[in-house]
Design a protein around this ligand. Structure first.
Ligand code: NAP
Length: 300
């Protein structure tokens, strides 16, 4: 079965980002997928169900698969859930990464770690890879801890910080922002959307393509893989309404303090992506193009 191809292990396989790889040409690799819950998309002989926080199960899987590269997207990814489940967040987002690091270090494997724009406090915005991180939430703190472990221990690695990912995750069972918004607008619901929070939204398939290029390369360090446009969440929502031909007047722009959020999100975590575009020779779609691709993907 091997054909001399390198093995690539993708964690968090049922998630939004990882599921994009199943839409891409991955022929160059022998790909193995793992996720916590049941296999939703993949051939059964390529999928392993596993709680990544179970160190022994994780090491057993790594020994069995023996990947040359690991793309690690799995993790507690919801800011509110992380705040309410701090121990689990630490086990999944930090301790599991520590296990991956040990295995990669002992087996000369390359690790691509997924992190977040929320490692920044959101005061300045337009962050480059050189700017100082200052996470405000439990979620973001766990991600920065994982980044630090990787930076201190590995030579062959890349850290991907991304921002507001949107796309189609097969059966659309997991809602990302535009998909949720489309449902609300179709039902005629009025919605409050923050006009002061700014992000760099990226179409998930572009993110997966950039990540694969990064994984294949010998590039190391931190990379901001996000969309090319820094927009307010309200501007993004308005563009969703336009592209999907829905009633944008149902959107009401509000300031962050007016939002009934359990955990405060940072205001402006827009990311500069020049380094990634140059090094990977790839230009991700802007908001307008990305949402049109999302629409085409949903309709086809
Ligand atoms: N989406 C965004 O806007 C965004 C923005 C910034 C950063 N990120 C980061 O990018 C990465 C990928 O994001 P995503 O949107 O694809 O996240 P996602 O849809 O929430 O997927 C994460 C996956 O991690 C898996 N997982 C969670 N806990 C696990 C455990 N204990 N053991 C094994 N697997 C576990 C889940 O698998 P099951 O479904 O099988 O339970 C889930 O499908 C995450 O690390 C996230 O923090 C995402």
């Amino acid at each position: 079965m091997n054909d001399g191809k390198r093995r690539l292990l993708i964690t968090g396989a049922n998630g939004l980002v990882a599921s994009q790889f199943s839409k891409m040409d991955m022929d160059e690799f022998e790909v193995v997928y793992t996720s916590r819950r049941m296999n939703r998309f993949y051939p059964n002989d390529q999928f392993y169900s596993l709680d990544i926080a179970d160190a022994r199960a994780l090491t057993n899987l790594l020994d069995q698969v023996n990947p040359a590269i690991i793309i690690h997207t799995a993790g507690v990814s919801a800011i509110e859930y992380a705040a309410k489940n701090q121990l689990e967040t630490h086990r999944v987002n930090v301790e599991a990464v520590d296990e991956l690091i040990k295995w990669c270090s002992n087996n000369d494997a390359r690790l691509i770690l997924f992190s977040t724009d929320f490692v920044f406090n959101g005061v300045a915005g337009s962050y480059s890879e050189l700017d100082a991180a200052m996470p405000m939430s439990i979620y973001a703190k766990s991600k920065l801890q994982a980044e630090t472990l990787v930076l201190n221990a590995l030579k062959d690695f890349a850290i991907v910080r991304t921002s507001l990912v949107y796309g189609v995750n097969h059966d659309l069972a997991r809602l990302n922002f535009p998909i949720w918004l489309i449902g609300q607008l179709e039902r005629g619901n009025s919605i409050d959307i923050t006009e002061d929070q700014r992000r760099s939204p990226i179409y998930a398939l572009d993110l997966a393509k950039m990540t694969l290029e990064l994984a294949k390369s010998k590039l190391t360090g931190i990379y901001h893989l996000a969309g090319p446009q820094e927009v307010s969440v309200f501007e993004f929502a308005s563009e969703v309404a336009k592209i999907f031909n829905l009633d944008g007047s149902l959107l009401r722009g509000v300031k962050t303090p007016e939002m009934p959020e359990d955990v405060r999100r940072p205001i402006d975590t827009s990311l500069r992506i020049r380094k990634a575009c140059d090094d990977l020779n790839f230009s991700p779609k802007n908001v307008h193009e990305g949402l049109k691709s999302l629409r085409d993907e949903i309709l086809n």
